[in-house]
Ligand binder design. Sequence first.
Ligand code: GUN
Length: 298
Amino acid sequence: MTTAKRIDGKAKAEQLAESITEQTASLLSQHGITPGLAVVIIGEDPASQVYVRNKKRRAESCGFYSVQHTLPVDVSQRDVLKLIDDLNLDDAVHGILVQLPLPDHLDEQTITQSIAPTKDVDGFHFINIGKLTAGHTADAFVPCTPAGCMLMIEDELGPDLSGKNAVIIGRSNIVGKPMASLLMQRHATITVAHSRTRDLPQVVRNADIVVAAVGRPNMVKADWVKPGAVIIDVGINRIEQKIDGETKSRLTGDVDYDDVCTVAGAVTPVPGGVGPMTITMLMFNTLRSARLSAGLEG
Ligand code: GUN
């Protein structure tokens, strides 16, 4: 039985973070600039708290100025917008991220669109979405998860994906749609599948590249997969499992990893695949923002 290569996102993210740390040190020594990242978290969602803590830790390890604003769950939209305005005007801050999801009373679109496009290191602003869609990425911020997925795909298949079929499962603004733009730029032929797609397994069987981003634990099975395909698992699902009579929770992706490994060429694990790459791409975007603001790139 064949076994797919395990794509080590954690190791790749470490390597990339080392290079970002070096570039940060030289930006400081040569130009006196320290990249600054502001993360805004609203409420006490435990998963969001973990993500934000990891982002802050990574920013600090890269040598960034890192600031976290923790707002109460009942904060008014006006106060959130005021904070973002202040951060937009703060020269020490090159990247602003408002952790999603937001409490129900806040309007996600108004808030994400109030971040200056030049500091939108999440790549959620319509200006950045437009630039990415138009293939104008020289000064656009690409959303971190798809950007990290692209680097891992490139490692396996090279930069030119001409003639490859890519199937993206999930049509979200954060992953599915920007992933489609990025893969199209590399000349892949794209299918974006979603909850209304008929015969999803049959669609996936045609794919040389699969990006699964639906939030359904272990959904993609070996008999959906074309032999040798590259499988990128964006899912982060917490499931309860009974081990020795004890119920424990563990993370699992959208892909049945062990099953798919019998057919695929290369697969990202969960955890240790896309997640660490996403955080490192946030640092990449923040460093890039600092360089762009100083006229050093673009
Ligand atoms: N919540 C889950 N993923 C993300 C992300 O990429 N950015 C932000 N801001 N919030 C998230």
